[in-house]
Design a protein around this ligand. Structure first.
Ligand code: ACO
Length: 348
């Protein structure tokens, strides 16, 4: 186990940077047509409204932390680090292995790294940026040197895969992405890899617009019952139009807030890696802000919405596609359940 770098009274602010990225999606591909009979939907409806063409679904007993483990191994390989170099795990998910303990603990056990702190972040689609921000604070203060940040989801086992659940079920896919965040050596130069800033927001008055109602303590009875299951309250439900309207307003706002805070303009950004909830949301944001299409890297067509995993998965895919290269300025923004919204500006 690595030890904290400094005592609290010696802490000085440092800058963090992403040292490596990895991702994993399960091999089983579900095309839109594969959902037709299950959910009374169509390839045309899904493509036109969302841009999604396919998603990946796990099989058998695969759990969320199994996906995260492979993404982590790939991120470590990309950062040229060993697992023993990890000082802390911050794990963003809305589909945990179990209600408790946190899935970061299950991943920590799979990594065989007993003793290091393991935190779960429950901020849904914005979870990865929240996790990045939390990790950044620990690096800045000197508390830890290398932090594993994971976004991982299994939606296929949690959504209602019948016609009643089709408005939500067709949108989501399974997958995981991970990055290793580390401290910059000294003060980074203007063109060197670094995390400039993260901006975080939430408005809980919209909590029930996109949520899973049960299991819950709000009942005068058990958290889960046959009645709850019969009513389908254990499935996610969403007011899609309200989510859409807020997403296209809040994502540009928080993106500009992040750029302003870091001293950049939209034109300075080389690549935009947005959350992937709906291709139409990202197209509208691009249009509103006048961002050239080729600067927005979308993966929703292949993976659907993988919630907390979309941004690290997007980063990894962009690297593999040769679209994200060292020295490039990246801006990310996300919006989701809570409502929560956030942005991050960093140099790759
Ligand atoms: N297949 C076929 N028909 C469908 C489906 C489906 N999968 N789902 C809904 N429909 C039908 C509806 O029943 C409705 O039929 P009706 O007119 O006969 O009543 C019709 O299609 C239109 O439905 P709308 O809800 O009006 O469709 P809309 O254009 O709003 O698109 C969508 C729905 C794609 C969900 C959109 O609202 C959206 O993308 N919202 C944002 C989603 C989002 O950002 N989620 C946040 C991230 S998730 C997170 O944080 C966990």
């Amino acid at each position: 186990m690595s030890r904290p770098l400094q005592n609290s009274h010696q802490k000085t602010l440092r800058t963090s940077r992403i040292l490596g990225v990895g991702s994993y999606v399960p091999p089983r591909i579900m095309k839109n047509d594969d959902l037709k009979d299950l959910m009374d939907t169509s390839d045309e409806w899904i493509r036109q409204r969302t841009g999604i063409e396919q998603r990946h679904w796990v099989e058998g007993t695969t759990n969320n932390s199994d996906l995260a483990l492979i993404a982590t191994e790939r991120a470590l390989e990309s950062a040229k680090l060993r697992k023993q170099d990890i000082d802390m795990i911050v794990y963003a998910t809305l589909s945990p292995d179990h209600d408790f303990p946190g899935t970061a603990c299950f991943l920590q056990a799979k990594l065989e790294l007993p003793g290091i702190p393991a935190i779960d972040v429950r901020q849904q689609c914005t979870g990865f940026i929240y996790a990045l921000s939390i990790a950044d604070q620990f690096i800045k203060t000197g508390a830890y040197n290398k932090i594993l940040i994971v976004g991982s989801e299994i939606h296929s086992k949690g959504v209602n895969k019948t016609p009643e659940g089709r408005d939500v079920a067709v949108l989501f896919g399974d997958g995981a992405g991970a990055v290793i965040l580390g401290a910059c050596e000294g003060i980074p130069g203007p063109d060197e890899s670094q995390l400039y800033c993260t901006q975080l927001h939430a408005d809980g008055s919209f909590a029930k617009e996109l949520w899973i109602e049960a299991p819950t303590h709000s009942n005068d009875g058990p958290r889960l019952s046959h009645e709850i299951i019969e009513k389908g309250l254990h499935f996610p439900s969403m007011n899609g139009k309200t989510v859409f309207v807020h997403a296209v307003k809040k994502m540009p706002e928080v993106l500009l807030e992040g750029l302003n805070e870091s001293g950049f303009t939209l034109d300075d950004v080389d690549l935009f890696i947005f959350h992937q909830a709906n291709l139409r949301i990202n197209e509208m944001i691009g249009k509103q802000l006048g961002i050239p299409e080729e600067k927005i890297f979308n993966t929703i067509q292949k993976f659907g919405n993988t919630t907390a995993a979309t941004i690290p998965l997007g980063l990894d895919e962009a690297v593999k596609a040769g679209k994200l290269k060292p020295g490039m300025l990246v801006a990310s923004a996300a919006f989701g359940s809570g409502f929560t919204w956030a942005s991050a500006v960093f140099r790759w």
